[in-house]
Design a protein around this ligand. Structure first.
Ligand SMILES: [Zn+2]
Length: 297
């Protein structure tokens, strides 16, 4: 059989395989798209009466009590309206408190949706930034400097300012009975930092994580991505410290930012989410911070 005869004889077979593969690829694509659609907005239970609310790539938590609900980051106006309707449907309880993790707009827009019944709480620096930056959300009614405890319907959430790190107004929310800590943006779980770490304070950021490591909890709930444990907080601090050490050493060796981007590889973290995508930007963010604080003479 010549090559041409062989190809002719097998043409329909090959065509069927190609068509089959194409169908499978389309089916997989449809599944992925569908999964993303389904995951767009979701409520899942974390522990006891503490739930996690997802809106695309953003997450917050809420605690249901017999005297009302404590809601955290509203994310945006549409998301907050969806959540508010779900809370009425599922629990038939008013929202009594709304707590902001920090002032960044992608987490706290839409607070006005809950402000009709809720007391809005945030760190004192968050209030200043929310007003100054004209964030499209409700202005906090109550602020605090170091710590605040909210009790409602026999349940408790402890709010602690973690100092500067990712922004100057980040708080964590600890739910002692549920052994959960809600910490947004400054402790990703098995993921590198976001882009070039704008609004960051370094090395204060590592101190903020050290403070979290002293707290009593088991479950770490971030504002993005999967849930983790306290060990994930230590692991992320390790990442930040390694990145800091590497960039500082390179700066002291007189390397340019471009040379750092080409030479610094943190292979032990290469399987973390967003490593390939953001390692260059993480190096750049760290470089900008280190450059600011190194002596010029
Ligand atoms: Zn943020």
């Amino acid at each position: 059989m010549t090559k041409v005869d062989f190809l002719k004889a097998n043409f329909y077979h090959v065509k069927r395989i190609v068509t089959g593969c194409l169908m499978l690829a389309l089916l997989l694509l449809a599944c992925v798209t569908n999964a993303e659609e389904v995951a767009k907005r979701k409520i899942t239970r974390i522990a006891g009466d503490l739930y996690r609310f997802q809106n695309k790539f953003h997450f917050s938590v809420f605690l249901v009590t017999p005297e009302g609900i404590i809601v955290t980051d509203p994310i945006n106006s549409d998301a907050a309206q969806w959540l508010k309707a779900e809370l009425v449907k599922r629990f038939n309880q008013p929202v009594k408190y709304l707590i902001y993790s920090h002032d960044h707009v992608d987490h706290i827009a839409g607070g006005e949706v809950f402000a009709d019944s809720a007391v809005v709480v945030a760190h004192e620096n968050a209030r200043v930034n929310i007003i100054g930056e004209k964030r499209p959300t409700a202005i906090p009614d109550i602020t605090f400097s170091d710590q605040m405890t909210i009790e409602l319907g026999g349940k408790t959430v402890e709010l602690t300012y973690v100092g500067r790190g990712h922004s100057d107004n980040m708080i964590v929310m600890r739910f002692p009975a549920e052994r959960v800590l809600f910490a947004v943006d400054f402790i990703p779980v098995k993921a590198v930092a976001w882009k070039n770490m704008t609004d960051a304070y370094i090395p204060d950021w590592m101190d903020a994580i050290k403070l979290v490591e002293t707290m009593n909890f088991d479950i770490l709930v971030p504002g993005h991505g999967p849930i983790g444990t306290k060990a994930d907080a230590s692991a992320f601090r390790g990442y930040m410290e390694t990145l800091y050490d590497e960039v500082l050493r390179a700066a002291r060796d007189g390397k340019s930012l471009q040379e750092m981007k080409e030479s610094i590889r943190l292979d032990q973290y290469k399987n973390w989410h967003l490593y390939e995508k953001f390692i260059s930007l993480n190096i750049e963010g760290m470089y900008n911070q280190i450059k600011l604080h190194r002596r010029g003479n």
